[in-house]
Design a protein around this ligand. Structure first.
Ligand code: ASP
Length: 330
């Protein structure tokens, strides 16, 4: 009999390993009580899909995610990606920043093997906890032939998303993820796994980036609002930011009181990306004066994903035109 494929699960923390005081508690719970091995043991059906091994990378609420965890996770995956015995990877992660860690890996990992993130909106102790089924589905996707070469994926609530477009869109509902204008890559319906789309933007083996060997450059996000006066831009520059993501209003618009401070930052060599606090849609090139100053439109990237791309771009160039060309490709 042919042996089952092998899937390595990397655990990072999050609600999927959290416990409440009772089965009705679905907010205000703590994350440190349930071990990922308990979670795996709670889903015996996993052993009919794959040979599972588990590695703990961190055990944190993902709202406190750091780039050192990103790098540790990326190194752990890449070290095993060359092993012919391993078919795919699952990462269990808090949902709050899952899209950021997944996008970082989507840009740096050099493997075609599936890397599938999953998590939960309800603690493991809750009535109708969503974690066990999400984990089961994520492992099934990690061994599915159509998952190969599609970059990093997220699997939650019966849907498969690309790390490039996935976004947490609800703070408490089990159906918390979406992709704004782009939909999901595929659906899970009972035994069926149907991939319908494939990501077009460069990822994994096609990117210029690799796992950073030193700390990523500082890039801050500053959100626009009424009475904005650029104080946070000045603070970011003073703190040593090498890049700034301006999460503007509408199509990346800038408050007239803040605008001069963006130019001031650019003159000091800081790369400026104009994103939108709306998250959906596409931020375009904008005013001629911004283009002349080398401000980069975020395109279809949210501010938090534009930040990750800019951090990685800054590891290879600080030229605004080259950075803008990369924003169009990734
Ligand atoms: N705060 C949690 C986290 O991101 C939420 C979750 O996992 O759903 O770790």
């Amino acid at each position: 009999m042919q042996s089952l494929p092998k899937v390595v699960i990397f655990a990072t923390g999050g609600t999927i390993v959290s416990s409440g005081a009772n089965a009705q508690q679905v907010t205000g719970y703590s994350i440190d009580k349930v071990k990922v091995s308990d979670l795996v043991d709670a889903v015996p059906a996993l052993n009919t899909v794959a040979r599972i091994s588990v590695e703990q990378v961190s055990n944190i609420d993902s709202s406190s995610m750091t780039s050192s965890v990103w790098v540790r996770l990326a190194e752990s995956i890449e070290a095993l990606a060359a092993d012919p015995d391993v078919t795919g990877f699952v990462v269990t992660h808090g949902t709050d920043t899952m899209e950021e860690t997944a996008f970082f890996l989507h840009l740096v990992l050099k493997t075609e093997k599936p890397v599938v993130f999953t998590g939960a909106m309800r603690p493991a102790t809750a009535l109708s906890a969503d974690g066990p089924f999400n984990l089961y589905d994520a492992v099934r996707v990690a061994v599915h032939p159509d998952a190969k070469g599609k970059g990093v994926l997220l699997v939650l609530n019966d849907r498969i998303y690309s790390a490039r477009t996935a976004a947490k869109q609800h703070p408490t509902n089990c159906d918390a993820f979406g992709s704004f204008d782009y939909g999901c890559l595929g659906l899970i319906a009972g035994a069926r796994i149907d991939f319908m789309q494939t990501p077009v933007k460069k990822h994994t083996t096609a990117t210029l980036f690799s796992i950073p060997k030193k700390a990523l450059p500082r890039v801050d996000i500053v959100m626009s609002h009424a009475d904005d006066d650029g104080v946070l831009i000045r603070a970011a520059v003073a703190a040593g930011a090498k890049g700034l993501i301006h999460a503007g209003t509408g199509n990346g618009s800038v408050h007239e009181s803040t605008d001069p401070w963006l130019f001031d930052a650019a003159e000091k060599g800081v790369l400026i990306v104009r994103a939108s606090r709306i998250n959906a849609g596409c931020v375009t090139e904008g005013l001629a004066k911004w283009q002349k100053a080398g401000f980069i439109p975020a395109g279809t990237l949210s501010p938090q994903k534009a930040r990750i791309l800019l951090q990685l771009i800054l590891t290879v160039t600080s030229n605004p035109a080259e950075a803008a060309a990369m924003f169009a490709q990734y």
